[in-house]
Design a protein around this ligand. Structure first.
Ligand code: FES
Length: 324
């Protein structure tokens, strides 16, 4: 059973619509039980969802940020996953109550003259909200949407109706299994166009590699989970954590995270994703050198070494002192 320090302040919303959108994708509309207005959100925001089976998952809001009467999320079924999506697909229906956090945004749509979106599979959800915002504000945008096949393409009809000329679908099965040509997309970017990407790890890594020469502030990613390389790196030896305020030293073993070790020592610290993608567990580094393994701090923040995310990041130095 997972738990989060934020769950105690969660909202209880009612599922007012629950429908199948494409193969293995369901869409949930959430409203306040008394139809009260909800906290506003910005394009790219997500909700932390506390599921009946104890799992905590993050789902992007896909409706228009101007709407305050509802939150809409889509959930792709991960058959071999850890049980979060299966719990939603199998147990929730219209009328069920779902506990969620207020919206948070780690994938901000910065003000830019033009946007190029690359989405893979269920990664279309935050992008949809961004597209709706672009349309409402008369912004220039285009979308490259890569999916295994048409059957699994969420929001296919809606995207066609929204602005067909701006939308480029890529179905692997119609291209002899070939993937979207990321290099071609990157080469077509104009100088002032910002690139936003959300999708499976392989797609994200291809885009990250192909866009390496672009200014970092023009390229934006939303990771579903930390890449496999992060979990591998996280097995890299033991070290000592000094807790400045608690005046205590704790050993972190090779097979545990700093967060695990501190919890084992009886500390109660805030966390959410435990995967380096949400920033909830960020702590200030007083001395020592972190080994940043998260997917959310910017390159500048990582170079500054002022803070670290203790659910995944480790220490390069044998001792690291934290402001705890
Ligand atoms: S708990 Fe999400 S980044 Fe650490």
């Amino acid at each position: 059973m997972e738990a989060s320090a934020m769950e105690s302040s969660a909202l209880e919303l009612c599922i007012t619509d629950f429908k199948s959108e494409a193969k293995d994708i369901v869409v949930l509309e959430l409203q306040h039980p008394q139809k009260r207005p909800l906290s506003p959100f910005t394009a790219g925001s997500h909700l932390e969802v506390y599921l009946p089976n104890g799992c905590i998952r993050h789902y992007s809001l896909l409706n228009c940020p101007s709407e305050t009467h509802r939150y809409v999320i889509a959930v792709g079924l991960v058959a071999d996953g850890r049980g979060g999506s299966l719990n939603i697909h199998q147990t929730l229906r219209v009328g069920s109550v779902l506990k969620v956090s207020a919206p948070r945004n780690n994938f901000l749509l910065v003000d830019a003259p033009a946007y190029c979106f690359i989405a893979g599979g269920i990664g279309i959800t935050p992008i949809l909200s961004m597209i709706r915002w672009c349309i409402a504000h008369g912004k220039k945008w285009r979308l490259f949407y890569s999916v295994r096949n048409k059957q699994r393409t969420g929001f296919y009809e809606e995207l066609q109706q929204l602005a067909d000329a701006n939308v480029h679908f890529h179905f692997n099965d119609e291209q002899d299994g070939r993937h979207l040509d990321i290099h071609q997309v990157i080469a077509s970017l104009s100088l002032d166009e910002h690139l936003y990407c959300c999708g499976p790890e392989a797609l994200m890594q291809s885009v990250k590699n192909a866009a390496g020469h672009l200014p970092a502030q023009h390229v934006h990613f939303e990771w579903f989970s930390a890449p496999a390389s992060v979990s591998t790196a996280a097995q890299s030896g033991s070290f000592t954590v000094k807790l400045k305020r608690a005046n205590q030293e704790i050993q972190v073993m090779a097979d545990q995270s700093i967060l695990d070790a501190l919890e084992e020592a009886g500390m109660d610290l805030p966390f959410s994703c435990r995967a380096g993608i949400c920033r909830t567990c960020e702590v200030t580094v007083c001395s020592g050198t972190p080994e940043h393994l998260d997917m959310i701090l910017s390159d500048e923040e990582k170079a500054a070494d002022n803070t670290m995310l203790i659910c995944v990041s480790r220490a390069q130095s044998s001792v690291i002192e934290l402001d705890l």
